[in-house]
Design a protein around this ligand. Structure first.
Ligand code: HEM
Length: 183
C-alpha cells in the first residue's frame, strides 16, 4: 500500500462534512463529504477538490518525546471517535528559510507544540501528512479523530496552538470538521 493519500471533497465519502472554516488565507469551497483513499503521485480530478498528502518521517520530535507519544497515543478508527478534523496548513516562506534547529526552537521551546498536544492524548488520535514537496496548495494535512465528549477539549487545543509563535508563520489554514458517515 502506498504512503500517499488523496483527501477528496465531493458528493460521497467515509465522512460527512459539518463545516469548513477558513482560518487564514484562501478558503476551500464547501463540500458535503470527504473521501480518503490510498493514492499515487498522479494528479486526480475527483470531487470539487483533492488534497494529496504523504505519511513521512518525523522532523522535530526528540527521542524522549517520541517515547511519551508512543506510550499514550491512540490509534485512528476507534469506534467511539465519530468526530474528525482535517486542518490543511501552509507555512510562510519566512518559516522555510529558517534553519532546522531554529524551526525546532520555535516549534517546541517557544510554542510547546508537543508538550501541549500530549495533554490531549489519548482522547485525540492524530496523523500528520506532508505535502510541501508535492507542489500542493498546503504544506501539511493534519488529521484528528475524537469522541463527541472530547470535542470541547479539541477546540481548546486548537485555540491554544493558534496563539503560539509557531502559528505566526501559518499563512493559510482551513478548518474542516467531520462526522463519520453511516455505512
Ligand atoms: C492532539 C495533540 C497533538 C500532538 C500530540 C501533536 C504532536 C505533533 C508532533 C510530535 C509533531 C512533530 C512531527 C515531527 O517531528 O515532524 C507535530 C507537527 C505538526 N502538528 Fe501537531 N500535535 C497535536 C495537535 C495539533 C493540532 C490540533 C494541529 C493543527 C491545528 C497540529 C498541527 C501540526 C502541524 C502543522 C505540524 C507540522 C509542523 C511542521 O513540520 O512545521 N497539531 N505535531
Amino acid at each position: 500500500m502506498s504512503n500517499i493519500f488523496d483527501f477528496t471533497g465531493g458528493a460521497s465519502g467515509q465522512w460527512n462534512v459539518t463545516r469548513i472554516t477558513p482560518v487564514r488565507g484562501e478558503p476551500l469551497v464547501h463540500v458535503p463529504c470527504l473521501n480518503i483513499v490510498s493514492a499515487s503521485l498522479t494528479k486526480s480530478d475527483h470531487g470539487l477538490w483533492t488534497l494529496k498528502g504523504v505519511r513521512s518521517n518525523l522532523r522535530y520530535t526528540e527521542k524522549n518525546e517520541q517515547e511519551k507519544l508512543q506510550s499514550i497515543q491512540a490509534n485512528l478508527a476507534r469506534p467511539e471517535a465519530t468526530h474528525a478534523a482535517l486542518i490543511p496548513i501552509r507555512k510562510s516562506e519566512d518559516w522555510w528559510k529558517l534553519a532546522q534547529d531554529d524551526r525546532r526552537k520555535i516549534f517546541e521551546a517557544q510554542s510547546k507544540h508537543i508538550e501541549t498536544g500530549l495533554k490531549y492524548l489519548p482522547a485525540i488520535a492524530r496523523r500528520l501528512y506532508h505535502c510541501r514537496d508535492l507542489n500542493e496548495p498546503f504544506d501539511f494535512l493534519t488529521w484528528f479523530e475524537y469522541a463527541p465528549k472530547d470535542a470541547d477539549a479539541f477546540e481548546e487545543l486548537v485555540r491554544m496552538l493558534r496563539t503560539t509563535e509557531e502559528w505566526k508563520f501559518v499563512d493559510r489554514e482551513v478548518d474542516i470538521r467531520l462526522i463519520r458517515a453511516r455505512e
